[in-house]
Design a binder for this molecule. Structure first.
Ligand SMILES: *Cc1c(COP(=O)(O)O)cnc(C)c1O
Ligand SMILES: [Zn+2]
Length: 415
């Protein structure tokens, strides 16, 4: 917390000391999510392009001056972050976009961007002397917390909705988490976790409520900037559920700009699913966020009541971006496009961002000469069932070379 000035409520803008013990604004209640305000003059003296050039730490720890955690426990963590940023050749050509990049956050230790927040939650819990952390999650925050906590010797109690994909559930059970699957949707799950956390006084990893988690998620933007030599692309596309990830993307670029490391913040485009698009509706119809159904295969962004509306909307407004919504069909199509052309296998919510790019290009929101980064937030093995029916031509042959020859002779596809 050395470089932190204070907390500020995102609703009433009341300032609170950085030593305060509450997570949300006492005046505004649970909706009064706090923003962490940094002392950029102080950070400016610690970082520079040369500082990063000479930095040999390839994890989110390299951004320590911008984080709110004590470095003390950082040596006993998983290696979160510093995921690859790939320049596209094939899809950039097909989509007619001059510069197209994919930030593959499915390569984090538990295969999603959520690791950037979970590691911070675990570090904070350690610092504050907790032994148990809890959260509710559509799946990835859960398996991510379970993995990071396992490495750091913390216990976890995790609430997930009934429909969470099996890959994520098996993953978190394997990490030894206490799993509570809730007979209900994400809204019911969130409520139950909140009540339980209050009752048992566990450390709270619910990303919208805990202000430190956005600070972990922001490292994805810092990496994108650094990997592009501090000249980030015109646009960054990211899928949106609760709104914490997109808030982190904005905060990362904002911080870098405050200390003079980048000159502009990319336009941030939030992508939602047609079956669950509360941010899209609120943004385009200029009203407050309203509860929607959670009807999409992209389970990680099926969030009917987003918990971080203010920070999520601000990310798009302040960066002059927009919200786009895509159909489940477009998402499934994007999974195979990304896999076949770029070698990146994404889960549905993670491919939604590419579906958003395709739509934005068609609707002329982005132009041929623009540069674009697509954040791929989670790995496809998390939920292989989602695209199973799209995979055709399953083949089963007798173990005989003549069978192979016959097959290849008759096959229309070139092998
Ligand atoms: C959580 C998640 C998102 C969305 O993040 P929010 O903070 O909920 O907006 C997108 N993609 C994947 C794979 C996720 O796990
Ligand atoms: Zn307030």
């Amino acid at each position: 917390m050395k470089n932190v000035k204070h907390y500020e409520c995102t609703i009433c803008h009341q300032i609170y000391s950085k030593d305060c013990k509450f997570m949300t604004c006492p005046t505004c209640g649970e909706k009064g999510i706090l923003e962490i305000v940094f002392d950029y003059e102080k950070i400016k003296k610690q970082v520079s392009k040369a500082y990063f050039k000479n930095n040999k730490i390839y994890s989110i720890k390299r951004y320590l001056p911008f984080l709110t955690v004590d470095p003390l426990y950082f040596n006993h963590t998983l290696n979160v972050g510093w995921t690859p940023l790939y320049k596209s050749t094939k899809l950039s050509n097909d989509l007619d976009i001059l510069d197209l990049y994919f930030k593959d956050d499915g390569q984090n230790p538990t295969q999603s961007l959520k690791d950037r927040a979970s590691i911070i939650a675990c570090l904070k819990a350690k610092e504050l002397g907790y032994d148990t952390i809890s959260c509710s999650s559509t799946g990835n925050a859960a398996s991510s917390l379970a993995g990071n906590a396992a490495k750091m010797g913390l216990k976890t109690v995790i609430f997930v909705p009934k429909r969470a994909p099996i890959g994520k559930l098996i993953q978190l059970k394997a990490f030894g988490s206490n799993l509570i699957q809730v007979d209900g949707d994400y809204k019911d799950t969130f409520k139950l976790s909140k009540e339980s956390i209050e009752h048992y006084k566990w450390y709270n990893r619910n990303a919208a409520i805990n202000p430190h988690l956005v600070e972990g998620k922001k490292t994805v933007a810092m990496e994108i900037a650094e990997q592009l030599d501090f000249k980030p692309t015109d646009y960054v596309f990211v899928s949106v559920g609760d709104g914490c990830t997109i808030a982190g993307v904005y905060k990362g670029f904002y911080d870098l700009m405050q200390v003079g490391l980048i000159e502009k913040i990319p336009k941030i485009i939030g992508v939602q699913s047609e079956g669950c698009a509360p941010f899209y509706e609120a943004f385009h119809n200029n009203h407050e966020l309203r509860e929607t159904s959670e009807d999409t295969i992209a389970d990680s962004i099926a969030v009917g009541i987003p918990r971080n509306p203010i920070k999520g909307l601000n990310a798009v407004k302040k960066s002059h971006g927009t919200f786009i919504k895509v159909s489940d069909d477009e998402i499934l199509e994007s999974i195979t496009l990304l896999a076949r052309n770029e070698g990146i296998f994404a889960e549905p919510a993670a491919a939604a961002s590419l579906a958003g790019v395709i739509k934005a290009k068609k609707e002329n929101i982005i132009k041929d000469l623009n540069s674009v980064t697509v954040i791929v937030t989670g790995n496809g093995l998390k939920d292989p069932n989602a695209i199973k029916e799209r995979i055709t031509n399953w083949l089963l042959l007798k173990a005989d070379i003549n069978e192979v020859k016959k097959h290849i002779r008759n096959s229309k596809e070139t092998i």
